[in-house]
Design a protein around this ligand. Sequence first.
Ligand code: UT7
Length: 341
Amino acid sequence: MSNGTSSGRRPVGVRIAGTGSALPARSLTNTDLERLMETSDEWIVQRTGIRSRRIIDRSKGESTSQLAGEALKAALADAHLSPTDLDLVIVATMTAEMSCPASASLVVNHIGAGQCGAFDLTAACSGFVYGLNIAHDLIRGGAYRTVGLVGADTLSNLMDYSNAGRSTAIIFGDAAGAVVLKATDDTSKGVIAQAMHSDGPGWKEIYVPRCVQDFPEGVAPDESKYEHVQMNGASVFKFAVGTFPKLIEETLAKANVKPSDVDMYVCHQSNQRILTAARERFGLAEDKLYINIDRYGNTVAASVPLCFDELKKSGRIREGAKVMFVAFGGGLTWGSSLWQL
Ligand code: UT7
C-alpha cells in the first residue's frame, strides 16, 4: 500500500467525493425467464435470491459505455464537479463494446471530459474493487488528484436465454456504478488495507470462448457456445464460500481491526446464499452486509458501486464510516479494499 510520502510531495488522503449509478429501463423478471427456458421463480429465488434484473436494449442506445457514462455523470454531479475536473477515467468491465477503443475513452467522449487519461481494467466481478485500490494509490502517490472510477457490465449480450444456458442466464443483469475519488489534505481518509489475488488455473471456471482454441483441455469445442459465458456454477460457488471469509479475515488482520469495527461490508452480489454465509461466519448484524441482488441480479463489475451508491443515497453510509469493499469472480480473481471514509 502506498503511504503517499514520495519525495518532495505532501502526503495526501483520498476521499470518495461522489457516487452514481445507471440502470437499463427494461426489466427481466423470473416470470419472463419462465417463458424463455425451463425454470421457475421458486427455483431461482431459492438458489440465488434473485427476483428480477435489468437488461439493455441496444436499439435504444443502451450499452456498457452509455451506462458507464451516465453513472459517472451522476457521480460528478453528486461531487459538485464537472467532467473537465477529471484527471483520469478508469472503467472496470468485461463487456466493452469494442476491443478498441476502451470503454473509458467512449465515456470520456460521452461526458465531455477533455483530455484526461482513460483506460479499461478487466478483472471480471473483481474489477471495480481492484480499480478502487489502483485509483486510490495513484492519488495517494501524488500523480493524480481527481479520478472517475466506473464498474459497468452488460452480460445480457453474452447469455444464452435457452435451456442450454439456464444455469448461467438466470444470474446476470446489466448496470453501471461510479465513484469520483479526490485528493484531500485529511490524510486519515482513504484505503486502510487492501488485497488483490488470482488463481490462474481457475480461469476455466468462467470464460467466454470465441474460437476452438479457447476451450479448456477436456471440453469439446462447440460453436454454439461462442460469445456465451461458460460457468461452472457449483465450482465457483464452492470457491466463493471458502474465499470470501478468508479475504475478509486477511483484510481485517492487515488493518488490525475487528469484524464489528467495520460499519458496512459492500460485497459483490453473486448469490444471496454466498453473502448470507459470509455474514453468519462473522456474526454480522443483517444491516451490516448490504444485499440488493433480489432486484438487479449479479451485475459483475457494477454490483459493488451500485450497492455503494444506494447505501450513500439512503444515508446508511456517512462520512467517517469504515467500509469494506469485497469482490470475487472470473479469472479467478478476488480483492478487497477497506476504506476510512
Ligand atoms: O459473479 C461471478 C461468480 N459466479 C457466481 O458466484 C456463481 C456461483 N454459483 C451459483 O450461484 C450456483 O452454482 C448457480 C445458481 C449458478 C446454480 O445453482 P446450483 O445449485 O449450483 O445448480 P446446478 O448448476 O448444480 O444444478 C442443479 C440442478 C440441475 O439438475 P439435476 O442435474 O440435479 O437434475 C440443473 O439442471 O438444477 C438444474 N438447474 C435448473 N433448474 C431450474 C440448473 N439451472 C436451472 C434453472 N432452473 N435455471
